[in-house]
Design a protein around this ligand. Structure first.
Ligand SMILES: [Zn+2]
Length: 204
């Protein structure tokens, strides 16, 4: 068992036992320092969240780095996932004080989170992109995500778009490749019948 997993078990079994916040099967770890707080509220970049297994080695290194303390706080749920924040001190680690070991301070969700049905966002500030929110479709998600984002940013693109009357012809959905045929110059391009995407390439 990794040090992190041991501490997580301790956190849920002992510290949180009285207040009964849920102990989810899956955790995400966010590491923060003094600069990552807005008042009392940690500001968490979604793209930097790591799962417990990914973070275990980093945690092991932190424990051996000579920090006076580390705070390990369960801040509540993001959806079905538990958010655990590892807070580092502002002071640089002092390798010479490795012994006695770094004190790991455990804490559970604050009352505001408990009152919000353990929703972590009642206390933490989430910023940045949701990790792999586009990846659930699997496969070529990277492929399709980029042109979409570019097209949205461009705004003045000339590509045929849902709601326009680009004229008689066959149009191919940029996202899934579905073909849509317009029989008449007055026909309006619909959302893709297969995936509801709104951008097309004219193919015929
Ligand atoms: Zn489509």
């Amino acid at each position: 068992m990794s040090e992190l997993r041991g501490k997580l078990n301790e956190l849920f079994n002992r510290v949180c036992a009285g207040g009964a916040p849920p102990a989810p099967a899956r955790f995400m770890i966010a590491e923060v320092g003094p600069k990552d707080f807005k008042g009392a509220h940690p500001v968490i970049d979604r793209s930097k969240l790591q799962d417990a297994e990914q973070y275990a080695e980093r945690f092991r290194q932190l424990l051996g780095a000579g920090y006076a303390w580390l705070n390990l706080s369960y801040y509540g749920l993001i959806g079905q996932t538990g958010l655990v924040v590892v807070e580092l001190p502002g002071a640089a680690p002092r390798p010479e004080v490795r012994s006695p070991r770094t004190s790991v301070n455990l804490s559970g969700p604050v009352m505001a989170v408990a009152d919000a049905n353990w929703d972590a966002t009642a206390f933490v500030v989430l910023v940045g992109e949701e990790p792999d929110s586009d990846d659930h479709d699997g496969g070529g998600s990277k492929h399709s995500a980029e042109p979409t984002a570019q097209a949205v940013n461009k705004g003045e693109s000339t590509m045929p778009t849902t709601g326009e009357k680009p004229g008689k012809g066959t149009y191919k959905c940029k996202k899934c490749g579905q073909l849509v045929t317009l029989d008449d110059d007055t026909d309006t391009l619909p959302p893709c019948p297969k995936c509801e995407h709104t951008e097309y390439d004219k193919v015929a």
